[in-house]
Design a protein around this ligand. Structure first.
Ligand code: NDP
Ligand code: GDR
Length: 371
């Protein structure tokens, strides 16, 4: 049985990748952080009782800031494949916690690679690094491909730049099978609640059900190339199955604005929105409501506003990937469109909002974290 070790297994991608690898017959090991509350919601459905024999799914406590812990886990697991997905992955938060972001995202990658080398596993263990389209930042070429120069625009992106090059360096220096997947934004119902797509689908579902009055957003004009996380984790595995390790851009090749994503999500709820005004005064006003998904919304309601608090000190205005290399060399094409993904996310969040509303209407105290 092949063994895979996933850092960041409790995150969006980690959970989909774990499911995918289990289906392929792998024994999947994951590193989870100690937290004061349970943080395994995304993988609870594949949890296995640690007391049974022949386990396929094993979680280890660990942290990317702790070399000795990482080395011990890798020594114990002896993985055939490592997927380094763990990161402080929020771009805006990286401006608030730049040093921590560098420690986890940059040095954390070095710690993983160095542990593999130190343990003499560099010819056995294949290494996938979760690189990012944020490396392109202030874009130097449209669309962005493997050869496009990098210009990172946040502490997160600068940390990931180090991680990108240290992965290349370990491949070239020690002959390791190590590669970067430069992935453009990918989303799903499991996306963290403060990333823009999930903030939109969750926020509008809450507004539809009368759980919050308005959605406060940052830069509505930002353009992103959004895909579905399920399609992207398949690609992460494919990249480790080749004869030679290579870096790949993974994207859909289509971009849309944040504003457009809001219009789609609203339409899924039967709400027609019109944007009026400009800059910080731009608002989204309801011009029609159909169906029964948004009983709390009326024509004329202002449900979207701009709050400069969500602007970033340096913004990445536009990203558009060219996935030709992945298509040609690996036969990879994304299967889920951004509109299908948006519909899936809205359906999921509407379900959750209806449940919360039922609880609230039955007299229970419903407190929701919001950003
Ligand atoms: P998430 O934020 O959903 O997951 C991040 C994971 O990293 C979580 O499991 C988190 O644990 C873990 N983590 C955070 N800090 C540490 C630490 N100090 N030690 C160990 N683990 C830690 O991210 P995604 O699943 O969306 O992304 C996966 C990877 O891909 C990340 O590296 C991200 O930067 C990168 N990426 C993501 C893209 C996207 O669009 N989703 C695009 C390109 C790259 P916990 O659950 O405890 O917080
Ligand atoms: P990003 O994703 O920064 O691209 O990083 P995010 O969804 O946070 O932002 C996308 C764009 O939307 C704009 N935006 C807002 N963003 C957030 N979070 N909240 C808002 O209210 C808001 N309003 C507008 C942002 O300014 C930005 O332009 C994600 C992460 O998953 C990274 O880890 C990953 O590397 C990249 O995608 C590729």
């Amino acid at each position: 049985m092949k063994k895979a070790l996933i850092t960041g297994i409790t995150g969006q991608d980690g959970s989909y990748l774990a499911e995918f690898l289990l289906q392929k017959g792998y024994q999947v090991h994951g590193i989870k952080r100690r937290a004061s509350l349970f943080n395994t919601q995304r993988v609870d459905h594949i949890y296995e009782d640690p007391h049974v024999d022949n386990k396929h799914f094993v979680l280890h406590y660990g942290d990317l800031t702790d070399s000795s812990n990482l080395t011990r886990i890798i020594a114990q697991v002896q993985p055939d494949e490592i997927y380094n997905l763990g990161a402080q992955s929020h771009v805006a938060v990286s401006f608030e916690s730049p040093e921590y972001t560098a420690d986890v995202d940059a040095l954390g990658t070095l710690r993983m690679l160095e542990a593999v080398r130190f343990l003499g596993l560099e010819k056995k263990t294949r290494f996938y690094q979760a690189s990012t389209s944020e490396l392109y930042g202030l874009v130097q070429e449209i669309p962005q491909r493997e050869s496009t120069p990098f210009y990172p625009r946040s502490p997160y992106a600068v940390a990931k730049l180090y991680a990108y090059w240290i992965t290349v360096n370990y491949r070239e220096s020690y002959g390791m099978y190590a590669c970067n997947g430069t992935l453009f934004n990918h989303e799903s119902p499991r996306r963290g609640e403060t990333f823009v797509t999930r903030k939109i689908t969750r926020g509008l579902a809450h507004i539809a059900q009368g759980l919050q009055p308005c959605l406060y957003m940052g830069n509505l004009a930002a353009l992103r190339d959004w895909g579905h996380a399920k399609d992207y984790v398949r690609m992460q595995w494919l990249m480790l199955q080749q004869e030679q390790p290579e870096d790949f851009v993974i994207a859909t090749g289509v971009q849309h604005s944040v504003r457009q994503f809001i219009l789609w999500a609203a339409a899924e709820l039967g709400i027609t929105l019109e944007f009026k005004g400009q800059g910080v005064d731009e608002v989204g006003v309801v011009s029609a409501v159909t169906g029964d998904k948004a009983p709390a919304v009326k024509v004329g309601d202002t449900v979207v506003r701009v709050d400069p608090r969500y602007f970033r000190p340096a913004e990445v205005e536009t990203l558009l990937g060219d996935p030709s290399k992945a298509r040609e060399k690996l036969g990879w094409v994304p299967e889920i469109t951004v509109q299908e993904m948006c519909a899936e996310m809205v359906a999921h969040d509407l379900d959750e909002a209806r449940r919360l509303r039922l609880l609230r209407d039955s007299g229970f105290n419903v407190a929701m974290a919001r950003e």
